[in-house]
Design a protein around this ligand. Structure first.
Ligand SMILES: Nc1nc2c(ncn2[C@@H]2O[C@H](COP(=O)(O)OP(=O)(O)OP(=O)(O)O)[C@@H](O)[C@H]2O)c(=O)[nH]1
Ligand SMILES: [Mg+2]
Length: 299
């Protein structure tokens, strides 16, 4: 190993909302570093997942999914983060859903610079396609729009072809010293991941609109040898949304707390006491000042 030069590369996962970018990141890293859900607009911040294998270090960038038709400040922030993650990386994974290529995919693809050949088209969710030959015209149509260096059909959920994708990425890594220690897998704090896990449990338990109007702030995080005590607040925009999150006789909030605690105990490898509150912060998704204080700011 000594004589071989280290290779290090930044790899952005770019794509429309809900195509499976975060699921793919977790598969590539072999650990959950990014939350996922069946609802769109789950990822809101750029975050890194890092994988070091012998002389190769791959730094994956998970990004919010690109989406159109929403005008709130939070949506604009998320799209800005998505677009800004296309530039300045070594490789772009342009991720699409094998069953669905539409206007936001086209729009986003137009933003990808065509000056190098390190853009890989990743066709995800192939497990949903019964007749694989249907993929051929689908790939042809997209390939006409951009000179991709590779096209790789995968299933992030089932872990199919992830090894092939990793091989193609590894073959394209530039020579350069590693940027992170070899055992570091993410650039986010336990506190951030805790708030995200709580938000993930909320997203799947509340109705259609509320997931987009809530955020989670960790008020205190106290780690002791046999117990980690966490206080968190779920912020929504309206009183009616607060009622939805809490649920009848507090049942929904309890279910959110129990599910989050289970995941947190695994992640922190400790017993967890989680106390959650729900508060209203009027119209926060359309108020850049409030968003800044909640961590949604471009740094
Ligand atoms: N059937 C199937 N479902 C998948 C696959 N990959 C992801 N999904 C599902 O697709 C949904 C969205 O996945 P995410 O990983 O949250 O998608 P994302 O692109 O990160 O979404 P945003 O963060 O909103 O942009 C989830 O319900 C996943 O379980 C796959 O390969 N096959
Ligand atoms: Mg995501």
């Amino acid at each position: 190993m000594k004589n071989k030069k280290e290779r290090t590369g930044m790899v952005s996962l770019i794509g429309k909302t809900n195509v499976g970018k975060s699921t793919l990141l977790n598969q590539l890293i072999e650990q959950k570093v990014s939350i996922t859900s069946r609802k769109p607009q789950t990822t809101r911040q750029r975050l890194l997942g890092i994988k070091t294998k012998e002389r190769n270090q791959i730094i994956y960038v998970d990004t919010p999914g690109f989406h159109q038709g929403h005008q709130r400040a939070l949506n604009k922030f998320m799209n800005k983060v998505a677009l800004s993650s296309i530039e300045g990386v070594d490789i772009v994974l342009f991720v699409v859903d094998a069953l669905n290529f539409s206007e936001p995919d086209r729009h986003l693809l137009k933003q990808v610079p065509n000056r190098n050949n390190e853009v890989i088209l990743v066709i995800n969710k192939i497990d949903k396609i019964a007749k694989k030959e249907k993929l051929i015209p689908f790939v042809d149509e997209i390939s006409k729009l951009f000179p991709f260096s590779e096209v790789i059909p995968i299933s992030a959920l089932k872990g199919k072809n992830i090894d092939i994708l990793e091989k193609e990425i590894s073959a394209r890594l530039p020579i350069g010293n590693h940027l992170y220690p070899k055992d570091q897998i993410a650039d986010t704090s336990e506190r951030f991941l805790t708030s995200e896990i709580i938000r993930e449990k909320c997203i799947t338990r509340v109705g259609d609109e509320v997931p987009y109007r809530l955020t989670v702030i960790i008020d205190s995080f106290k780690e002791e040898e046999t117990l980690t005590t966490i206080d968190g607040t779920i912020y929504v925009e309206k009183k009616s949304q607060k009622g939805i999150v809490i649920g009848e006789k507090g049942k929904r909030l309890k279910s959110i707390g129990t599910a989050a605690r289970k995941d947190l105990e695994k992640m922190l490898d400790n017993k967890v006491m989680l106390r959650l509150w729900v508060k209203v912060k009027k119209d926060w998704t359309n108020d850049q000042g409030a968003m800044n204080s909640m961590g949604y700011k471009i740094v």
